[in-house]
Design a binder for this molecule. Structure first.
Ligand SMILES: [Ca+2]
Length: 203
C-alpha cells in the first residue's frame, strides 16, 4: 500500500514537472526566421554580397520555434527587383528547419533592367504568429564594377582598397566589396577580382 502511494506521488510530481516545462516552452517560444543566401546575410535584415546577373541565387530560410528547427512549414519568398517587379516562391522547410529557393535572374532585351538593388522578404506563420526577415543585395553586369557605373576603373579600386581587411564588425566594412571567396572579409581575392577586370566597360 505504501509503495503504491509513493508511486502515485512520484507520478503526480513527474506530471506536474512536465506540465510546467511545456507551459514554460509555450510562453517562451517565439517563431523566428533567418533569411540568407549562399554568399551570406545571416542575421536579421543583414545584407548579402552582390551577384552578377548570370549567377544563380540560392535563397535559404532557417525557421525555428523556441530555438528549435521547425520542419514542414511553408516559407513565402518575395523578391522585389529594382524596377518594381515581384517574384514569389513558396518552399517547405526540411527536417533541419531550412527552406530553399533557387532563382535565376530573368533574361531581358535590356539586361541593365536587372542591375541595381534587389530586396527579398521571407515570411512564415507558426501557431498563428508570423515571423519575417529581409535581405538586400546588388546585381551588376560583373562583380568587379563595385559602384555599378558600368565601367571598372580607379574608383572601384579605391573603394575595395578602402575596405581592405574589413569584416562585418568593422566600421570600414562594405558588403559591396565582398565579391570573392571567402565571403565575410575583404581581402586580396576581392582586390584581384577588381584589378583583373580593370578598364573593362559595359557595352
Ligand atoms: Ca565602376
Amino acid at each position: 500500500m505504501l509503495r503504491r502511494i509513493i508511486c502515485w506521488i512520484i507520478l503526480v510530481l513527474l506530471y506536474a514537472n512536465i506540465f510546467a516545462a511545456v507551459q514554460a516552452y509555450q510562453v517562451s517560444a517565439e517563431p523566428n526566421i533567418d533569411l540568407f543566401t549562399q554568399k551570406g546575410g545571416r542575421g536579421q535584415a543583414v545584407p548579402c554580397p552582390p551577384f552578377a546577373s548570370e549567377e544563380e541565387v540560392i535563397l535559404c530560410a532557417n525557421v525555428t520555434y523556441g530555438g528549435w528547427p521547425e520542419m514542414n512549414k511553408d516559407v513565402v519568398f518575395q523578391l522585389f527587383d529594382p524596377n518594381g517587379g515581384i517574384f514569389i516562391f513558396v518552399e517547405r522547410t526540411n527536417t533541419f528547419g531550412i527552406a530553399t529557393a533557387k532563382f535565376a535572374f530573368p533574361s531581358s532585351p535590356d539586361p541593365t533592367e536587372t542591375f541595381g538593388t534587389w530586396r527579398v522578404l521571407a515570411s512564415v506563420n507558426i501557431a498563428g504568429a508570423p515571423a519575417v526577415d529581409t535581405l538586400l543585395f546588388d546585381v551588376r553586369w560583373i562583380l568587379a564594377d563595385i559602384n555599378n557605373d558600368l565601367v571598372v576603373d580607379l574608383y572601384d579600386v579605391v573603394i575595395v582598397c578602402s575596405a581592405y581587411e574589413a569584416t562585418p564588425s568593422n566600421s570600414t566594412w562594405n558588403v559591396q566589396c565582398d565579391i570573392a571567396e571567402p565571403y565575410g572579409i575583404i581581402n586580396i581575392n576581392d582586390v584581384v577580382k577588381v584589378t583583373a577586370n580593370y578598364e573593362l566597360e559595359w557595352d
